[in-house]
Design a protein around this ligand. Structure first.
Ligand code: 13P
Length: 337
């Protein structure tokens, strides 16, 4: 199969109906924060144990098509006697292993409170190694902050440019890029402001992807939903979020992108499901792409809190993860009641 056809097949597999992506690619500092919230020390072994719980959940493959891993996790193994490498375990369940390849965000020099994502240096070499280790898709997260007079055009262009170069490098390496321009929900801004900003960002991101000849059929877009900021006094309801998000995507995402997999971005698990469900219920007949999830916190929050670092909570944590993945799987059909 040609490289292009392989990319298309992986991308459409990842976003096929009924399936979504589990984002389990928290960097070690992020893991430290998450584990601190449940009183667990973050170490090589505790991270290994936690990821083992997630990936060995019985039947998770019914709802999950791909898992995004962190560099360390891609090299870790199951904790049972057999010590199966995680990519091998996931493949055996029909789940595609993916990898976070950006190096996190740093301040955008000369632009107060704005960020740019690092990681293009050495990316070709890392991608070649990740491919050898079994990764077939990747993620790069760009962050756009809404505030007084921001985002600047410079910040949007810097991030869109890096996303496009990353995506092009991935495709050269036979890896499907997840392109993630996240407009943050931090702050007090209204849903209308989120809408205006996200539109602007998506327009420039696709302009850059086009400029770098990225094969749209061989990538996945991972955007934020159009929602009110977390501290906005007026919180838009589910219907409004669904309507505005769908309209924004319809206007700005080309039809040959096979799928859009949302990030949860700090929404509660319940709301993230309700929003996805409403969009699929209301608009699926008019959608050129599949609309699914690539959630981190919204899928893991309950399981993490149940686990608390205790072996005897493994099973109960897995059940909570399965419930979240199942509900979101239903939401891809718009049939979550
Ligand atoms: P959240 O769903 O927690 O936002 O994480 C998704 C993700 O992969 C962020 O890059």
């Amino acid at each position: 199969m040609s490289n292009k056809n392989q990319l298309k097949q992986i991308a459409s597999n990842l976003v096929r109906k009924g399936k979504g992506i589990l984002a389990a690619d928290e960097s070690n500092p992020t893991c430290q924060k998450r584990f601190a919230s449940i009183g667990v020390e973050s170490s090589f072994d505790s991270r290994n144990e936690y990821r083992d719980i997630l990936f060995t959940s019985d039947g998770i493959e019914d709802f999950i098509s791909g898992v995004i891993l962190f560099d360390e996790t891609l090299r870790q193994n199951t904790t049972c006697d057999k010590k199966i490498p995680f990519p091998e375990l996931l493949n055996s369940k029909g789940i595609i292993p993916g990898i976070k390849v950006d190096k996190g965000t740093g301040s955008l020099e000369g632009f107060l409170n704005e960020k740019a994502t690092d990681g293009l240096d050495g990316l070709d070499e890392r991608l070649a190694e990740y491919y050898e280790l079994g990764a077939r898709f990747a993620k790069w997260r760009a962050v756009i902050t809404i505030g007084n007079d921001i985002p600047s055009k410079s910040c949007i262009y810097a991030n869109a440019h890096s996303l496009a170069r990353y995506a092009s490098k991935c495709q050269q390496a036979g890896i499907v890029p997840i392109v993630e321009p996240e407009v943050l929900m931090d702050g007090k801004h209204t849903i209308e402001r989120c809408n205006i900003t996200t539109k602007k960002v998506l327009k420039i991101v696709f302009e850059q992807l086009h400029m770098y000849n990225v094969l749209l059929e061989g990538m996945i877009l991972k955007p934020n939903m159009i929602i009110s900021a977390i501290d906005c006094p007026i919180q838009a309801n589910v219907e409004k979020v669904a309507d505005m998000t769908y309209a924004c995507l319809k206007e700005n995402v080309p039809e040959n992108v096979p799928g859009i997999a949302f990030l949860s971005g700090g929404q509660s698990g319940d709301l993230a499901t309700l929003h996805l469900n409403k969009m699929n219920k209301k608009y699926s007949n008019d959608m050129p792409w599949n609309l699914t999830f690539s959630y981190g916190r919204a899928l893991q929050h309950d399981a993490l809190n149940m686990w608390k670092g205790e072996k005897e909570n493994r099973k109960a944590a897995q059940e909570l993860l399965l419930l979240r993945t199942k509900n979101n799987s239903l939401a891809t059909f718009g049939s979550k009641s």
